[in-house]
Design a protein around this ligand. Structure first.
Ligand SMILES: Cc1ncc(COP(=O)(O)O)c(C=O)c1O
Length: 393
């Protein structure tokens, strides 16, 4: 095959198998999915109605310039609608940015571990990945600054960072952007920004201060629209033009546009939803702490924690939980071996997760009588055996 050499490096993104498949395979009554940082709540009812109402017009292509949603987002953030670019999820625009900035041999500086799409952005362009290790689960902004050179074409900050959930104060990020060469594109991936509890400066206005800055946000998380794929970028010229050149035509479908416009109207409900996540996030962190699993303090809708105290090896822990109907993400899939990442779900889902996890704690850390402890230990061993068998398949 006469092919693009990038194919040698690229690996297709692997998502979780369909829930129904997992349920049937393990003979479970129910599977709780806390693996992909989604919103556990449905889209707002008015959003569902708007989608239904728009379905009759699907014989036509969508508005290729996303006028209504661009204007709604402009008003929402107090920016010029011309500074908004929509995408089929923010991933669509991250990949368009990579095409707009990276070429073979140029360098892309990003924190690591971070969002798994960043390596893909470099691989697709045959660019050099400059992965700057996190320190204390946070971006090492000084090291990132030191990693930038004349050959660097793109640098990205992920705030809060996925998979660690750690948050950098706006003033730290601003200092970093100020230190960057004016002709170097700086991307700020804020997919989880709505979950940040720390009172801080709104970054959206920075796009007019820094023409080399592009901010990415999404409706996939707090708005509960992951299934529709609606993401956006905020930037000044010339980055808006660059993204528009590199994206495909009609990149945001009609239903996604309608849903985005309606979703933005419900600010109070969004706030209530965010408060629910904060409450549950605190609760999960407290419980993990009491189990000795050292959660990393999170400002996102997910929490990373240590898996090494569990009675199953860390590499098998996610599998063991899955067999019990709780789907979380293994640190091995996130370049954080020895850790697990759980998404904040509903109160009930989080309770199921915590109860299931407790079954894999060493006996002294668990409440309950000795006979129950013994029974649970045997239970955990059984799951370990099953996991080992499955690995061999
Ligand atoms: C850090 C980060 N950025 C961007 C995205 C992409 O979101 P979407 O393409 O659904 O808008 C995700 C999704 O998980 C993410 O974790």
């Amino acid at each position: 095959m006469r092919k693009n050499l990038a194919l040698e490096q690229l690996n297709p993104y692997k998502g979780a198998p369909p829930l129904e498949q997992i349920r049937a395979h393990y003979g479970l009554d129910r599977v709780v999915k806390l693996a992909s940082n989604e919103c556990p709540e449905q889209p707002f009812p008015e959003v569902i109605q708007a989608i239904q109402a728009a379905a009759g017009g699907l014989n036509r292509y969508p508005d290729g310039g996303w006028r209504d949603l661009r204007e709604a987002l402009g008003e929402h953030w107090g920016v010029d609608p011309a500074s908004v670019v929509l995408g089929n999820g923010s991933c669509d625009l991250l990949l368009a940015l990579a095409r707009a900035t990276l070429m073979p041999g140029t360098e892309f500086v990003f924190p690591w571990p971070s969002f798994v799409i960043y390596p893909t952005m470099a691989e697709g362009a045959l660019a050099v990945q400059v992965r700057v290790p996190l320190v204390d689960f946070k971006h090492d902004l000084r090291a990132m600054e030191a990693a930038v050179n004349d050959n660097t074409h793109l640098v990205i900050v992920c705030n809060p960072n996925n998979p660690t959930g750690t948050y950098l104060r706006a003033k730290e990020v601003r200092r970093f952007i100020e230190a960057m060469p004016a002709d170097l594109t700086v991307a700020l991936d804020e997919a989880y920004i709505e979950y940040v509890q720390t009172e801080d400066e709104d970054t959206t206005q920075w796009i007019y201060e820094f023409p080399n800055l592009v901010i990415f946000r999404t409706f996939s998380k707090v708005y509960g629209l992951a299934g529709l794929r609606v993401g956006y970028a905020l930037a000044d010229e010339p980055l808006v033009t660059a993204l528009n050149k590199m994206r495909q035509p009609f990149n945001l479908n009609t239903l996604a546009q309608v849903a985005g416009v309606e979703a933005l109207k419900h600010k109070e409900r969004l706030q209530e939803r965010t408060h629910r996540v904060w409450g549950e996030r605190d609760r999960i962190e407290r419980e993990l702490e009491s189990m000795g699993l050292q959660p990393v303090p999170s400002e996102a809708n997910f929490i990373v924690f240590h898996a090494d105290r569990l009675t199953v090896p860390p590499a098998e822990a996610a599998q063991a939980l899955m067999e019990r109907g709780v789907l979380i993400r293994s640190g091995y899939a996130l370049n954080m071996p020895g850790y697990l990442r759980v998404t904040v779900g509903t109160e009930e889902e989080n309770g199921l997760f915590l109860d299931t996890l407790r079954r894999f704690l060493p006996a002294p850390a668990r409440a309950g009588d000795a006979s129950e402890d013994e029974a649970l230990k045997e239970d955990a061993l059984t799951v370990k055996d099953v996991a080992q068998r499955l690995r061999g398949v």
